[in-house]
Each structure stands twice: as structure tokens, then as C-alpha cells.
Design a protein around this ligand. Structure first.
Ligand code: FMN
Length: 391
């Protein structure tokens, strides 16, 4: 399979290749959202309501893409977001994502729901690596993971707050994601024809040892949490503001609250000592019917942008979308499916192609806007269609 241009020119092409390689259960886990996918669809659509206002006849021979996030200088204005079960999509999963981020001078955020160890993932990248925390397995498991992350050199904790329970991802029920992750071989039988129809994925899955326990959710006294589907894993993962105080006691680095969707929560996160927030709807996979994150971004930036670092994710499918989010005040953005489609399609090479596509998009967009530096992009470069904003 060739990932070179002109066969793979955008993220839709990588999505198409991912769909061809993965069984339905895994593709829909990656691609799908909660309930009727209203938020998921609107997250992409909202970008179309942010129109550019270019300044032409400005020479921009080179473009400076670097940004500083949580004290770390990044060569790209996007970080690779935490994607649970990456190893199920490709055996190299989190290792490939971490290595790609390191090669490109940006940061990777490792999910608690990783299939590779905290230590091995960090070893792939000399650059900054951050750890995303769920309380899956309880405080004891979280404390052990935080200690390992600290020792391995992770620079910040991203605490995800939008998962008090798993969202209702109906495709996961229908396609057998639960059966695939569970120990009962008979439960997998109805899904076997579809799995067998994806032999490249299946060969990799078998060679990789199939389902295995979560190596970073180690419950004191009982060992690594057995492989389960996401709904079961998130059952004990709920985080509250009280937990944040406890996390602060055992982690002295920066803490970022991921999943902030209102100015009230943003103010609370800052008041409770968070160094950053991610405006995010968890890719439309949790509470369906919340606004597209892009619509709430301007109000949240107005509320706390001068007191904390406001990051953004959700619905980004082009580099131009990243520029739009930064014009609306995001300091940098997180890329989720945009790189995960590449990872699922072709491992390291797929992530590499995704990053190349996004980088080229950003540079082209900046030149067309008349901006020499991503840091120069501002609200003056965009206009919002009436009714865009949600406060
Ligand atoms: C398949 C998948 C798994 C995810 N797993 C996690 C996770 O384990 N922890 C977390 O905080 N966010 C998780 N997210 C959310 C992403 O970190 C990010 O917020 C989201 O993907 C951004 O939206 P986008 O996919 O439209 O770019 C996941 C998203 C997807 C698509």
C-alpha cells in the first residue's frame, strides 16, 4: 500500500485505509461517537463557520510553527492526543505515536488505556511526553502510574474529567467490541466472519498476543487490570475536584484538566490550580448534545485565557482547522483521529503521513493568510458566521 501523495492527500484517505484494514468493531470504536453523533458531526461542521480574512501581498518565505506549551517548546502547534486501545488498532500503537511525536519535535500524551508500558512509550521519544490520567482501577492504581510516569520523565498530567461513565457508543455494542476485548472465545463467534475478512489486521493482532491486560493500570495486590471494553474500564474512572486536590499532593508538575466545556468549569480548574485546560468534548464520544468544542472556545478563552493555557481538540481534519482554533485563542491543539486513522492504516508510516499532511496544510494556510508565524494568527484573521458561538 502506498501512502505517498497523490494516493493519500488528506485525512479522509487515511480514514478510508483504516476502514479497509480494521474489523468493524475496531474501526467503529475509533471512528464513532455517542448516541446520534450530533456533537461529533457538529464538531467538524463548526469549522466551516469560521471564515478566513487573509492579508495578501505579504512575503512569507518561511513559516515559524513553534509554540511553547506547559514550558515545553514544541516545533509543531499540535500535540498527539491520548487514544485508548491504540495497540488494538496497530501492534505498535502508542510506541509508534510517541516515536512520531519525538521525530517531529512535538509532544505525545499517553492514555491510561494504553497497551504499551509507560516506560517503553517514553523510550521512543526524546521530546516531551505527557500522561493522561483516569482513575481506572482506583487511587492505588493511579498513584502507581503517576509514580512511574514521574520516574520515566513525563512532564505533565492531563486529567480527563468528562468520563463519569462511558458514553453510549451504540456501534461498540452492535459490532462486538465488548466480545472482542473479553475472555470468552464463544462470545466472539458471531463477529468471526467480519474479523476473518480483515486478515492483515488479524495477523498482527495474533502475533501481538491478542488481548492483554492494561500494563499501566496495576491495582495494588491484584496486578494489571484485565483487558475489558471501554465501558467496563471507565466504570471506576470517575474523577472529581476532590481527587484533583489529592493528585496535586502526589504530582508536583503541571496539571491540565481535559474535557472542559464551560467557562464555569474553566474558572474552577484554574482556581483549583490547573496550569492548563483542554476544551474538548472527548471527540463527541461522551455526552452527545454538547456544543461543538470550537463554539465554546471563544467564551472560555475570554474567561480564563489570561490565567491559564487553553488547549483545544475535536473535529480537526485539516491543518486549516488548527489555524482556525488558534485564531479563536487556543494556545495549541490536540490531534486525535487525525493521526489515529494513519496509525490504524499503517502504523508508523501512517502517522508519519498524517503529520506531514497537517504540517503542509498549516504552512500553506499561514502563507495564504499572510502570516509568517503561527503565533501571529489572531481573531483578526477570522470572521464567525452568525449564530456560531455558544456561551
Ligand atoms: C478512539 C479514541 C480513543 C480515545 N481515548 C481517549 C483516552 O483514553 N483518554 C482521553 O482523555 N481521551 C481519549 N480520546 C479523546 C482524544 O484524546 C481527543 O480528545 C479527541 O480524539 C479529539 O477529537 P478528534 O478525534 O476529532 O481529533 C479518545 C478518542 C478516540 C477517537
Amino acid at each position: 500500500m502506498s501512502l505517498a501523495s497523490p494516493k493519500v492527500v488528506n485525512v479522509k484517505d487515511l480514514r478510508r485505509l483504516a476502514r479497509a484494514r480494521l474489523p468493524d468493531a475496531v474501526f467503529d470504536y475509533l471512528d464513532g461517537g455517542a448516541d446520534d453523533e450530533v456533537t461529533l458531526k457538529d464538531s467538524e461542521r463548526a469549522f466551516r463557520e469560521v471564515l478566513f480574512k487573509p492579508r495578501f501581498a505579504v512575503a512569507t518565505p518561511a513559516c515559524e510553527l513553534s509554540v511553547t506549551v506547559l514550558g515545553q517548546k514544541l516545533d509543531l502547534p499540535f500535540l498527539l492526543a491520548p487514544i485508548g486501545y491504540s495497540r488494538l488498532m496497530h501492534p505498535r500503537g502508542e510506541l509508534a505515536a510517541s516515536a512520531a511525536a519525538g521525530r517531529h519535535g512535538t509532544a505525545y500524551i499517553l492514555s491510561t488505556m494504553s497497551g504499551h508500558t509507560i516506560e517503553n512509550v517514553k523510550a521512543q521519544s526524546p521530546g516531551p511526553t505527557f500522561y493522561q490520567l483516569y482513575l481506572a482501577g482506583g487511587r492505588g492504581a493511579a498513584e502507581a502510574a503517576i509514580a512511574r510516569a514521574k520516574k520515566a520523565g513525563y512532564k505533565a498530567l492531563f486529567v480527563t474529567i468528562d468520563t463519569p461513565v462511558a458514553g453510549n457508543r451504540e456501534k461498540d455494542f452492535r459490532n462486538g467490541m465488548k466480545a472482542l476485548m473479553g475472555p470468552n472465545p464463544f462470545a466472539k463467534l458471531p463477529y468471526l466472519p467480519n474479523i476473518l475478512a480483515h486478515p492483515r489486521w488479524l495477523a498482527g493482532f495474533i502475533a501481538d498476543g491478542m488481548t492483554r491486560p492494561f500494563p499501566n493500570i496495576v491495582v495494588p495486590g491484584s496486578g494489571p487490570l484485565a483487558a475489558v471494553d471501554v465501558a467496563a474500564a471507565l466504570e471506576s474512572a470517575q474523577v472529581s475536584w476532590t481527587d484533583l486536590k489529592w493528585i496535586r499532593e502526589i504530582w508536583d508538575g503541571p496539571i491540565v484538566m481535559k474535557g472542559v466545556m464551560t467557562a464555569d468549569d474553566a474558572r474552577r480548574a484554574v482556581d483549583e490550580g490547573a496550569q492548563g485546560i483542554v476544551v474538548s468534548s472527548h471527540a463527541g464520544r461522551q455526552l452527545d448534545g454538547v456544543a461543538a468544542p470550537l463554539r465554546v472556545l471563544p467564551g472560555i478563552v475570554e474567561a480564563v485565557g489570561n490565567r491559564t493555557e487553553v488547549l483545544f481538540d475535536g473535529g480537526i481534519r485539516r491543518g486549516a482547522d488548527m489555524v482556525r482554533a488558534m485564531a479563536l485563542g487556543a494556545k495549541a491543539v490536540l490531534l486525535g483521529r487525525g493521526y489515529a486513522y494513519g496509525m490504524a492504516a499503517a502504523g508508523d508510516a501512517g502517522i508519519e503521513r498524517a503529520i506531514e499532511i497537517f504540517r503542509a496544510d498549516i504552512v500553506r494556510t499561514l502563507k495564504l493568510l499572510g502570516c509568517a508565524r503561527i503565533a501571529d494568527v489572531s481573531a483578526d484573521h477570522v470572521a464567525l458566521r452568525p449564530g456560531f458561538r455558544v456561551d
